[in-house]
Design a binder for this molecule. Sequence first.
Ligand code: NAD
Length: 503
Amino acid sequence: METVQNFIQGQISESHSQRFAPVYNPATGEQTRQVVLSSAAETAEAIAAADKAFPAWAKTSPLKRARVMFKFKALLEQNMDRLARLISNEHGKVYSDAVGEVTRGLEVVEFACGIPHLQKGEHSANVGTGVDSHSLMQPLGVCAGISPFNFPAMVPMWMFPIALATGNTFVLKPSEKDPSMGIVMAELLKEAGLPDGVFNVVNGDKEAVDVLLTDPRVQAVSFVGSTPIAEYIYSTASAHGKRCQALGGAKNHCILMPDADLDMATNAIMGAAYGAAGERCMALSVVVAVGDETADETIAKLKEQINVMNVGPGIVEGQENDMGPVISAQHKKKICDYINSGVEQGASLVVDGRDIKIEGHENGFFVGPTLFDNVSPDMTIYQEEIFGPVLAVVRVPDYQTGLELINRHEYGNGTAIFTRDGETARQFSEDVLAGMVGVNVPIPVPMAFHSFGGWKRSVFGPLNVHGNDGVRFYTRMKTVTSRWPASVRLEQHSSSFVMPTMD
Ligand code: NAD
């Protein structure tokens, strides 16, 4: 059986670890590979490679670093089919969705191609007579990235293109559930001309992560995953003096106003709730319907559309399914347990996805699209992130009750409003406590040149990923204030003990 290894100092590095994790094809339920769970010593080896490569890479001009990114972007495009197939086979999402994932990652690479402009810093002439100030945005050193299973290509590309383009070196610890993409990225970066040691991949679990969080050579940690782990990563990395951005879980609500175009809203909600089998941090999992009429009509429309959804393997030649399996047998059980709890706690199960059978794929990890009505805020299926194809409808009498509900939830990643009224949409955008807001847009994932990040317990750390925040996260500012000899010559050479001020 193929073993997914590490990539250190520009080549595949065979691990001596005796610990492995299985990697499955979720559509068939079969184990297809195993991945090494690296030891602490092997993780330190990857950090050492990145540390050694840092001085030369940091001194490489931003223009040359950007040129590696241009080549890397071209290689991603050329390899799109291979990458999408690999994602679909390890993660389970349908092929077109996998292409979408790579494309969204590629857009961060495109953004990073502009690094000579983005990393220019600022300059002020004459902050005082004959005195100038300029800032340098310098790289940090070795940066680490720890990524989740649900976007094996896109989430690492939220991180490393900007980290590398700004002159840092990188150690990526991919999810052990779909680890192959990390190695493929490393190989493509090498083909694009990235010097050895600048980008390294260590596969593993907590043992490897803990080294990345504590080793003094690592300067910054980017994490995306569940909230309890994000909190652990943030507190541990910060306690060890590192800069950290840790993005956590979500429970994204949309508020459906009675004046909304309900056909448009239903189409949008279907894709946002059930796309990628709900395994997206920006998946829509709660519809807050204002008024019973809005709820009844929407539920009827959703039911109709769910009934014609194609659920099946992510890759079927000549056919495209709407939704694939979930990541693992354990995760399928967890989702089904949530559905059971919803029933026990009194929600109305409108569509039940627990017993779905896919012909020829009976052992695949499939959960059908599931819809609950009459969900209330005290229920577990309302409070917790299910991360599966389960949509809850909560009925509220008016807009204000809906807004307060959203703002009380512990998570605040993304949210959306469906309405035809501009004033309501504007007020919602201003008052809602979430990091990303959609107005008649169901999954408001900002483009690469904006920044992505939630609020409340969906994020730990002040700087979001990509966009200007990404550039700020991976650089530190140095401000140089200079006065040149001619002005010194004109001054009286005596000491001054007062706080310097400019005039
Ligand atoms: P996870 O938290 O289980 O794992 C994420 C990473 O952390 C993996 O690389 C894993 O190996 C590592 N990890 C797991 N347990 C650890 C431990 N005890 N100590 C150290 N490292 C550990 O998350 P997941 O199941 O892979 O991904 C799904 C979660 O990610 C969901 O909660 C989803 O909302 C979240 N997510 C959030 C965003 C966002 O932008 N906010 C994006 C994608 C996914």
